[in-house]
Design a protein around this ligand. Structure first.
Ligand code: FAD
Length: 483
């Protein structure tokens, strides 16, 4: 009798110790699900996945309507039914995540800021207003009429961080309070003379140094067109060999890019290279691939951008993965759908070559999502940066991270949205523990106008986009009014 009491006590102690240890061990999992094996609740294994890219086997189990991934540590104990409790990440929690939580989405905004944003998106919803505004502003700049007073407190302050790195500091700090990082993008476009290129090079070097001294700025970024001559940009084509003059200009471009990559490497700051027009992208790809080969060792420092609205990019991704495996270097890829679709199609028609753009939106969406899945399968040699405002693609990536048993803040995977857009995606993902950054453009008002015109047109022309932003702002204002 006494012996049995002792056994009981020992059993309870062991049981409590296990519970305590496991609870502590998996405390970090915000959505921990406990499956009670010694209970009447059924626990069934729903999926076992095999060895994949050096990842150990995974087990997914189901109990009481919940599905969870069994933590790697708990797997042997779970298999032998030794343990009483095991923990895993509750996948159902994620399935419920739908970016509709406007309280989280707009937590950083005051009522006045939200009302201002509502007015701005209402104006941008009208194609006529956007066209008139664009023409008037271009005219005013052409005639040297000062219009900064009208632009700065409206569209500029909504989408742009400030005129200089220093002016962006307050925004970086504010976003960091909500677990959001910032990427400061010097968005001066359309200047190709030597003096402008040198000035932009110096500013980009400063932005790399600035990122290295601030843990809330995990990447630096630049647009390759800021460092190439107009001749090279306008007259290049993959089908046409470069002239002697263009070869020299290409070498100058390569030297400038190398300077930035070398600086990023020595400061240990990952550096992203944006993608623009398709007809000279082969020159950018060639340069960036060389830089990745040179500077990406264990860590991806150099990132190229793939625009998935181009029908050849999925194959390019598979090819570069092959090259990276063969050449033993890591790749970093920013995935975007692409911002220059109309221009690409118009140029292809005007010059009589086949359009590089996917036939329809669904093909772009499928290619984008497929690229994410291919990249996740090759995470052992690549870093992924998902630059998108598309809810489905962001959910897919978030869901896959959990499903594959990766940590939500795995340093190899980033989500990003543009400053001033899709806060419902950024803030909800960041709140759930994923790595999220806002692309924050900065620069003098006149120089960032092409960027702002693109944002205005994008918010006018993409079906559903403006109505979505407006609807979310309206919902939040109503929620606050009722609260
Ligand atoms: C952090 C970040 C960085 C970015 N960097 C770059 C960059 O370096 N280069 C760049 O070009 N863009 C860049 N963009 C912009 C991006 O390419 C898109 O224009 C924008 O994000 C809209 O796409 P989406 O993924 O948000 O999704 P959605 O709004 O769902 O998709 C809109 C996009 O789908 C595509 N599309 C629409 N209709 C069609 C159609 N009929 N046929 C084929 N495709 C269609 C177009 O690409 C369009 O922009 C960036 C965006 C973000 C968020």
């Amino acid at each position: 009798m006494k012996r049995s009491k002792q056994n009981r006590l020992l059993y309870v102690t062991v049981r409590c110790t296990f519970i305590f240890l496991f609870f502590n061990m998996f405390y970090q999992h915000c959505a921990t699900l406990w499956l009670i094996l010694i209970s009447n609740q059924d626990v069934s294994v729903i999926q076992r996945s095999g060895q994949l890219n050096n990842r150990p086997n995974q087990i997914f189990a189901k109990s009481g309507g919940h599905t969870c991934r069994i933590s790697k540590f708990a797997m042997p104990l779970f298999e032998k039914k030794i343990i009483i409790c095991i923990s895993g990440t509750n996948l159902n929690n994620l399935a419920a995540m739908d970016f509709k939580d406007t309280k989280t989405a707009f937590i950083s905004k005051t009522d006045t800021e939200l009302q201002k944003a509502r007015l701005l998106f209402r104006v941008m919803a009208s194609p006529a207003m956007v066209t008139i505004g664009k023409n008037l502003i271009s005219l005013a700049f052409g005639a040297h009429i000062p219009v900064d007073w009208a632009i700065r407190p409206t569209i500029y302050s909504h989408f742009v961080g400030g005129r200089s790195l220093g002016e962006c500091h307050a925004i970086v700090q504010k976003l960091s309070q909500y677990n959001l990082k910032s990427i400061l993008d010097y968005s001066v476009e359309g200047k190709h003379d030597d003096a402008s290129m040198t000035a932009t090079l110096d500013e980009t070097l400063r932005s790399i140094a600035n990122a290295s001294s601030d843990s809330n700025i995990p990447f630096a970024v630049f647009k390759p067109t800021a460092f190439a001559s107009s001749d090279l940009l306008d007259n290049s084509s993959p089908a046409k060999p470069l002239t002697d003059q263009q070869k020299k200009e290409f070498e100058d471009f390569r030297i400038r890019v190398e300077k930035l990559c070398s600086e990023a490497f020595s400061r240990n700051v990952p550096l992203m290279i944006d993608a623009e027009d398709s007809w000279y992208q082969h020159l950018v790809d060639e340069t960036v691939e060389n830089m990745m080969h040179k500077y990406n060792g264990e860590k991806a420092i150099i990132f190229n951008t793939l625009q998935m609205y181009r029908h050849d990019r999925l194959q390019y991704l598979k090819d570069i993965i092959g090259k990276a495996r063969k050449g033993n270097f890591r790749i970093g890829i920013k995935f975007v759908r692409g911002a220059y679709m109309e221009k690409e199609r118009e140029r292809a028609t005007a010059l009589g070559y086949p359009s590089p753009i996917q036939p329809d939106k669904k093909s772009t969406d499928d290619a984008f999502d497929q690229a994410l899945l291919v990249s996740l399968d090759n995470l052992d040699i690549m870093d992924i940066f998902c630059g998108s405002h598309n809810e489905e693609s962001n959910l897919l990536l978030a869901h896959e991270i959990d499903k594959r048993g990766l940590s939500r803040n795995d340093p190899r995977i980033w989500f990003a949205q543009l400053y001033g857009m899709s806060d419902h995606i950024s803030f909800n993902l960041a709140n759930a523990g994923y790595n999220v950054a806002k692309y924050v453009p900065y620069g003098p008002i006149k120089s960032v106008m092409p960027y702002l015109f693109r944002r205005a047109e994008e918010n006018t022309s993409i079906a559903g986009q403006t109505s979505r932003e407006l609807r979310l702002i309206q919902t939040e204002l109503e929620r606050r009014h009722k609260a």
